[in-house]
Design a protein around this ligand. Structure first.
Ligand SMILES: Nc1ncnc2c1ncn2[C@@H]1O[C@H](COP(=O)(O)OP(=O)(O)OP(=O)(O)O)[C@@H](O)[C@H]1O
Ligand SMILES: [Mg+2]
Length: 255
């Protein structure tokens, strides 16, 4: 569903972000939709003390970040301590939802440039964020590193849930290299845009790394018209940020 009606300016109920995200002032139906996803996730936590879920999708612009942010807010609203990590170090955007700066985040910790894990508080006392940090030359390598294991082990002590926003799996390997470190993936599917072939490629990429897909979220089903338009736009622009890792097979498809 759309987090804001069409043709209305995007604004948050608290006025802290121009981006659409769940807030206490969101319409009942939207809060209920996220509540229902949250409940399902709680039951998928496999009894772990602090389950870690990565939000991903097949291609760019499907609504991964919007979903990751809103899901984290929804879980925090249920009195659970949540850490939202911006794991998209190529195109960081979580910080924009919370009007904070990006640097001093994940990339600096994983690259060993900072020993301080700078978790930023948000308006919701239960929700903290770890921004992506400065864009590094080797994001997939950093995410797959031993430092990432250590970081997750550390934050698991202080939170009930960790949500990681990631880049699209069909374009770069960043999301799948953490398969062995997390509880599972939440796959965002954009109605009217995501193609079966792309979805099946995404599932294949995750399964190839022995990742577990805990569920899929159909995003923006009411905005199909716009989504069709943006699909064509994205076909030409989707490698803008993720360009350096396009596999040859994808180039030949003319994506
Ligand atoms: N449910 C929604 N309601 C309203 N707008 C949405 C919704 N989902 C996504 N959008 C809008 O669509 C655009 C793309 O969303 P978002 O940035 O979350 O996608 P993404 O998959 O994270 O993209 P990228 O792959 O580039 O990181 C943004 O402008 C966002 O505000
Ligand atoms: Mg994103």
């Amino acid at each position: 569903m759309r987090l804001f009606p069409k043709k209305q300016p995007k604004r948050a109920a608290h006025g802290h972000s121009e981006r659409p995200m769940l807030s206490v002032g969101s319409p009942f139906a939207i809060k209920e939709a996220y509540n229902s996803i949250r409940t399902k996730l709680i039951f998928t936590g496999k009894g772990e003390k602090c389950p870690v879920f990565a939000v991903t999708s097949s291609l760019s612009g499907d609504g991964k970040t919007t979903t990751a942010v809103s899901l984290a807010v929804s879980i925090a609203m249920a009195d659970q301590r949540v850490l939202l990590i911006d794991g998209d170090m190529r195109k960081p955007s979580v910080h924009r939802y919370f009007n904070t700066e990006c640097r001093n985040g994940l990339s600096e910790i994983l690259a060993g440039l900072s020993s301080e894990i700078k978790l930023r508080p948000t308006d919701n006392g239960n929700l903290s964020i770890l921004t992506a940090g400065q864009i590094p030359p080797n994001p997939a390598e950093l995410l797959g590193s031993r430092q990432m294991d250590m970081l997750l082990d550390y934050v698991r002590q202080y939170f009930d849930y960790v949500i990681i926003d990631t880049p699209p799996v069909n374009i770069v390997t960043d999301a799948t290299v953490i398969a062995g470190k997390i509880t599972g993936y939440i796959l965002v599917v954009q109605s009217g845009k995501s193609h079966v072939r792309d979805l099946s490629d995404a599932i294949h990429q995750i399964e190839e790394m022995n990742g577990s897909i805990v569920g899929a979220i159909l995003n923006d089903p009411d905005g199909c018209g716009e989504a069709h338009y943006s699909y064509h736009y994205n076909r030409y622009s989707r490698y803008k940020y993720y360009g350096e890792s396009i596999p040859d097979s994808k180039r030949q498809r003319g994506g």
